[in-house]
Design a protein around this ligand. Structure first.
Ligand SMILES: Cc1ncc(COP(=O)(O)O)c(C=O)c1O
Length: 340
């Protein structure tokens, strides 16, 4: 099978690097997650986990004002995307998304052996609308997505991996009783700082949620993951504080880049997509930062190759990055001589 594999961001072994390349959260998960792990009943692992995610699905449902039969949980939201490609796309149909967008979508279409299109075609039966979008960080108004979904005959998944950092979201569309085709998907990987746990979820009409259940593995979310995710979602105050810190740093960092002549797309996510001033190409900046153990993400190609996607870390990490960028743009600065 000829397939272009999805290329994830690098996961360098050393903990000393400034890692701003995979949109992880720089702050730890809620301490309540730690308590669950420390007191987890080891003997309970003899048993299979709850295939219907019982307590976790009910808690997610009540957070969003709906019922558990409208909630599905996955081994990361990536699993939900892959199950959706199975459940909502026939062999002669296709998958659409924004362009540029999350590059995994193309790979999923290729694995499913169907066409991917940037936009909608007559054969499109599943449309993945990332909001805020990645890698751009741009936010689409929920009413535009609602208007699109009303006209679209297939299933619309609003991939809200980054919505907790945004000024709005589409969850009201997913829980509306008359909703026929909108699924809203979230993850614990970003705003809950649990990328390593692998839990994502989605909310939508009962028949679509039931279709996802039909194609999943029996025990797709393990018992430890269910318990830790439940603790994280229960700690609302911690979640709000963490999100607020990231948003504050995003605003300060965007302003700092703009002051230095960068073009920064307005971001509603936990990253920015920014174009360096003319004296520095994105590809060069990426390579030179990496040489200094500062990892950001560079996506070559006509629509993305002139920018860097930079995850928002702690203020200290962003300052380290800014200093490194300043050195690059001042080639005669003495502090730069060693790195040349
Ligand atoms: C738009 C988008 N959707 C989904 C995911 C996957 O998230 P998860 O860790 O829940 O699989 C990512 C991860 O980077 C993402 O950027």
């Amino acid at each position: 099978m000829k397939l272009d594999a999805y290329i994830p961001g690098e996961q360098p072994k050393s903990r000393d690097v400034v890692k701003l390349n995979t949109n992880e959260n720089p702050y730890p998960p809620s301490p309540k997650c730690g308590r669950v792990l420390k007191t987890f009943d080891l003997d309970g692992l003899r048993r299979y986990p709850d295939p219907n995610f019982g307590a976790l699905a009910r808690t997610i449902a009540s957070l969003h004002g709906t019922t558990a039969d409208r909630v599905f949980v996955g081994n990361g939201s990536d699993e939900i995307l892959s199950l959706s490609a199975r459940a909502f796309v026939e062999n002669n149909e296709s998958i659409g998304s924004l362009d540029p967008s999350y590059s995994l979508y193309k790979t999923l279409a290729a694995i499913r052996n169907v066409k991917w299109t940037g936009g909608v075609e007559p054969s499109t039966s599943l449309f993945l609308w990332t909001n805020p979008n990645a890698p751009t960080g741009e936010f689409a108004e929920p009413r535009s997505i609602a208007a699109f979904a009303r006209k679209f005959p297939g299933v619309v998944i609003v991939d809200e991996a980054y919505a907790d950092f945004a000024r709005g979201n589409c969850m009201h569309l997913a829980v509306a009783p008359r909703n026929r085709n909108v699924i809203v998907m979230r993850t614990f990987s970003k705003s809950y700082s649990l990328a390593g746990l692998r839990v994502g979820y989605c909310v939508g009409p009962k028949d679509l949620i039931a279709a996802l259940y039909k194609v999943k593995d029996s025990y797709n979310v393990d018992a430890v993951a269910q318990a830790v995710a439940l603790a994280a979602i229960g700690d609302r105050a911690y979640h709000e504080r963490t999100v607020a810190k990231v948003v504050k740093t995003r605003k300060a960092f965007s302003a700092a880049l703009e002051k230095r002549g960068w073009d920064v797309l307005p971001s509603e996510a936990n990253f920015v997509f920014a174009k360096p001033p003319a004296a520095l190409s994105a590809a060069d900046a990426f390579a030179r930062l990496k040489a200094e153990d500062i990892y950001v993400r560079y996506f070559p190609g006509p629509k993305t190759g002139d920018r860097l996607r930079i995850t928002i870390g702690t203020s200290a990490q962003m300052n380290t990055l800014l200093k490194a960028l300043d050195r690059m743009l001042k080639p005669h600065d003495k502090t730069n001589t060693k790195k040349q």
